[in-house]
Design a binder for this molecule. Structure first.
Ligand SMILES: [Zn+2]
Length: 414
């Protein structure tokens, strides 16, 4: 675990005391929440929202958070934990409790070394009650939200898998927000398809439907569902829902595989179209003179950087294919190839001297390639792959030699 906060502490404490999430969370929060000056009602829902693995995770209630930092509440919390938490920690697990907390604090860069050392000393001196009090008040006082992001990229992958709809009841997993600054409201949670804590008596029924994957933490066992269904399924996993989750995961994977195949053959077709267009050019081609650096910079949007990254990967992937297409051309085609190559080389070197990034040059040359050959913008990705191929040629190819050793072209050289 890379973060230390209340959800971490609840998870560790659950394991040590062998109590459920709600009971454990309630004890840890009530140490502050039941104080006369705080008086916050802690319920099941509050605990499950604190523990959510997705962006629906909530922060600690403000009054509890503020209370955890008040010196006058500390003795109260200490007494509360002495009565309600310490009796549940077996002497056999006391060391585990302390070392797991210290380890997760040390792994979290936001926890200062000084505080980690304080905890280490309390543990070394066997001041277990003070240790637990500090661990709890500290966890309650800091943010419980996952580090800085609304939704992790990983979450997005699981979300798009379900095309925004819950596989169990078809509810929307996220919707546009009307509030400024928050573009989306997320209403999903990522759950395990085969639940880790599945009761033993249900295992044969579940296994008969579909055997669990070797690791329950693997992506194959994770799926996004709406918060309502997540809660229902986690509290009461039933075979019907399990079957539907397994099936929608399988359907998604099949769809993904077929999309991958058709996408890659579409790109290859487009590359062939571009190369044929290049080969049919009569006479020399001329690049528009380079005029305005700013104009290009404006055109490069941040999302294009990701595209360029993808293009770089594509060049590695399509390099042998492009090379083969060119070698299939007749002599005329070959000489066109040489013309294009020298044009691209000249232009690339010129733009490079002007201080443009390679991605900007690829962008500009792609536009040129499409315009010069009267090709539609639809072919932009394929065209940028071809341009990247030529740019790599400038650096890697020996003059008038097409028989380059592809193996020499490592990802690094791109
Ligand atoms: Zn649902």
């Amino acid at each position: 675990m890379k973060e230390y906060n209340i959800s971490t502490l609840i998870a560790i404490t659950m394991d040590i005391t062998a109590e459920n999430q709600v009971k454990t969370g309630t004890v840890l929060l009530d140490a502050v929440a039941t104080h006369d000056s705080v008086r916050v009602n802690v319920d099941d829902k509050m605990i499950s929202l604190l523990m959510s693995e997705s962006s629906s995770r909530k922060d600690v209630h403000e009054a509890i958070k503020a209370g955890a930092l008040r010196p006058d509440i500390m003795p109260f919390a200490r007494q509360y934990l002495q009565d309600n938490l310490m009796p549940k920690i077996s002497p056999l697990r006391q060391d585990d409790f302390c070392t797991q907390i210290i380890e997760s604090m040390r792994a979290d860069k936001k926890v200062s070394d000084g505080f980690c050392n304080t905890m280490q000393n309390l543990y070394a001196n066997q001041q277990y009650l003070d240790f637990a009090t500090y661990a709890d008040l500290y966890a309650l006082s800091i943010t419980n939200l996952p580090s800085g992001v609304v939704t992790s990229p990983e979450d997005m992958i699981f979300l798009t898998q379900e095309s925004r709809r819950c596989p169990l009841d078809n509810a929307e997993l996220w919707k546009k927000s009307r509030k400024k600054g928050t573009p989306f409201i997320y209403t999903y949670q990522i759950i395990q398809i085969y639940p880790e804590d599945l009761p033993d008596e249900l295992k044969p029924v579940f296994n008969a439907i579909h055997l669990p994957p070797r690791s329950l933490d693997s992506d194959d066992n994770r799926i996004a569902v709406c918060s309502n269904c997540a809660k229902k399924y986690l509290d009461d996993p039933n075979p019907d829902d399990y079957r539907r989750l397994v099936e929608s995961k399988r359907a998604y994977k099949t769809k993904q595989a077929s999309e991958k195949i058709s996408a890659s053959s579409a790109i290859e077709d487009e590359i062939v179209m571009i190369i044929q267009a290049i080969a049919s050019i009569e006479g020399g081609t001329h690049l528009e003179p380079f005029t305005d650096v700013l104009k290009i910079k404006e055109k490069i949007l941040p999302e294009n950087n990701l595209l360029e990254e993808a293009v770089r990967n594509d060049v590695v992937r399509y390099y042998p294919f492009i090379e083969k297409q060119f070698s299939l051309l007749d002599d005329v085609g070959m000489s066109t190839f040489n013309v294009i190559r020298s044009e691209v080389t000249t232009c690339y070197e010129k733009y490079e001297r002007e201080g443009l990034e390679q991605s900007e040059i690829v962008y500009e040359l792609t536009e040129w390639l499409l315009t010069a050959n009267r090709l539609g913008r639809k072919l932009r990705i394929a065209a940028s792959i071809v341009i990247s191929f030529f740019i790599q040629n400038c650096a890697v190819f020996k003059p008038h030699n097409l028989n380059v050793d592809v193996a020499e072209l490592t990802e690094e050289s791109l």
